[in-house]
Design a binder for this molecule. Structure first.
Ligand code: UD1
Ligand code: MG
Length: 469
């Protein structure tokens, strides 16, 4: 675009029909706030700045939205809310005169970059251009695009549903809430707004009739994609749009070659990057940033967040992985689950096996290490080929501080052991089942720390006393 673009996002409205304490534009779609989708789209358009108009729940909204890396984010308050025209009037002092202003709605999250680029081209730095929708169906509630009866069918006005007559209500082309105009033109048109209409509001849409009255041509770009202009007003609409949003994500993944058992049963609430020949079974949820390497298979009902799963690893069903800020890494060819839990800082080397009901936190497992059943590894460094027995745990927390456990290469830890940290199990050593190990063990040694087995021959078990009749 040859002109700078400043985006205004309208987000001051109440959202009564959400019936929620949370401001509407902070409700989440695909893991991101509705208005954040709009801001991020503005950034993809290389907008110079984004101005968000806040009102209801302003403090929460301002705290809940993040500036993209390359676009300045500002907030302007609108109090009280006297209509969409009044909302944009509040932004006038912060809008530079040399740019084009693109007006978007904070509750229309899936607006498409390509459509906005077409709209900006129609605006071309000099015209008022609006995005209209025509799916041929019912347009109840929306502002209707009234066009000239002449052959040029030029746009005359936008008439709000509540102010429209019968003939106008039959028009199927409606205003999406998105428009673009040079800042200087928009500012002058905003001065002419009045509230002499059925809702006693300052309508942004009235800028169209004022422009036409000045002899200007108003350009319209029309879309028939109902999803990209869909607004969220209620939990039902939010859920419908969530499915539409997820379907788009699924389609992109499948186009890249990812095999989804069922695209309708996938939820990506962040960014999922897949290599070649990745297979994902039903009901998996991905959050934050997740990377799946070539040939990775994810079983049904897994929740995976903030993790890197390397080539050929298999995540069996019902596994929960969340790297939070530290991340989780699963090495090539590793097998995890079913029913495993990997927490922040779990770093599994190649061919590591983590089986059912095993929890790993802030621990490194070198290549070929195995913990197959019912175990806990926290703050541990585990060497190559270690076999860690069922029911064994690292006691890493003394009630005040965390300590590390070091299990050197080729150690065999029996079942039901407690390794009391800080402690080191020397390379190649064996820990007898049921041991509580509190001291370092020597390499190659068998260490047993449990009550000795005793045998009392012919032991008579106590018998039940006879009850008096
Ligand atoms: C608006 C349009 C209508 C269009 C429809 C598309 C006007 C007058 N009408 O109607 O032509 O078909 O959107 O969805 O613009 N907002 C504020 N401050 C206010 C009022 C609203 O920030 O004082 C924000 C709302 O939070 C919302 C957006 O502006 O994000 C649109 O407001 P809304 O009340 O939904 O307008 P509609 O009546 O739907
Ligand atoms: Mg609306």
């Amino acid at each position: 675009m040859s002109f700078p673009v400043d985006v205004v996002v309208m987000a001051a409205g109440k959202g009564t029909r959400m019936k929620s304490q949370r401001p509407k534009v902070l409700h989440r779609l695909g893991g991101r706030a509705l208005a954040q989708h709009v801001i991020d789209c503005a950034a993809r358009l290389s907008a110079r700045s984004v101005v968000v108009i806040t009102g209801h729940g302003a403090e929460q909204v301002e705290a809940g939205l993040q500036a993209p890396a390359t676009t300045a984010l500002r907030f302007v308050r609108q109090e009280p809310q006297l209509g969409t025209g009044h909302a944009v009037q509040q932004a006038v002092p912060v809008l530079a005169d040399d740019g084009v202003v693109l007006i978007l709605n904070g509750d229309v999250p899936l607006i498409g970059q390509a459509t906005l680029e077409t709209l900006l081209q129609a605006c071309d730095g000099q015209h008022l251009a609006l995005l209209s929708v025509d799916t041929g169906g019912d347009a109840t509630g929306y502002g209707r695009i009234v066009r000239s009866v002449d052959a040029d069918r030029s746009v005359h006005a936008i008439v709000e549903h509540k102010d429209a007559n019968e003939a106008q209500r039959r028009i199927t082309e409606w205003y999406s809430g998105v428009m673009a105009a040079p800042a200087s033109l928009l500012k002058s048109l905003l001065k002419d707004l009045t509230n002499d209409n059925s809702q006693r509001e300052y309508y942004l849409t009235d800028v169209v009739k004022h422009a036409v009255a000045q002899g200007l041509v108003v350009r319209a770009v029309t879309t028939c994609d109902a999803v990209e202009v869909a607004g969220v007003n209620s939990p039902v609409q939010l859920a419908e749009l969530e499915r539409a949003c997820q379907r788009r994500v699924a389609d992109v993944l499948m186009e890249q070659g990812t095999r989804l058992a069922d695209p309708a049963r996938l939820d990506v609430r962040g960014e999922l990057v897949c290599g070649q020949d990745v297979e994902i079974d039903v009901n998996c949820v991905f959050e934050g940033r997740v990377q799946l390497g070539d040939g990775v298979r994810v079983g049904a009902n897994c929740v995976i967040a903030n993790a890197v799963i390397e080539t050929g690893a298999v995540i069996h069903p019902f596994t929960h992985i969340d790297g939070e800020k530290l991340g989780v890494k699963v090495g090539p060819g590793a097998l995890v689950g079913p029913f495993a839990r990997l927490r922040p800082g779990a770093d599994l080397g190649a061919e590591v096996h983590i089986g059912n009901f095993v929890e790993v936190k802030n621990s490194t497992l070198a290549a070929g290490a195995k913990a197959n059943h019912l175990a806990y590894l926290g703050d541990a460094t585990v060497g190559e080929r270690v076999n860690y027995g069922a029911g064994s745990i690292t006691a890493n927390y003394d009630g005040a501080n965390k300590h590390r456990t070091v299990i050197e290469a080729d150690v065999h830890v029996g079942s039901n052991c407690v390794l009391v940290a800080p402690v080191t199990i020397g390379a190649g050593g064996t820990v007898g089942g049921g041991s509580t190990i509190t001291k370092d063990t020597a390499p190659g040694a068998l260490s047993v720390a449990r009550g000795k087995q005793v045998a009392i021959a012919n032991w008579q078990r106590p018998r039940k006393k006879k009850q008096a009749p």
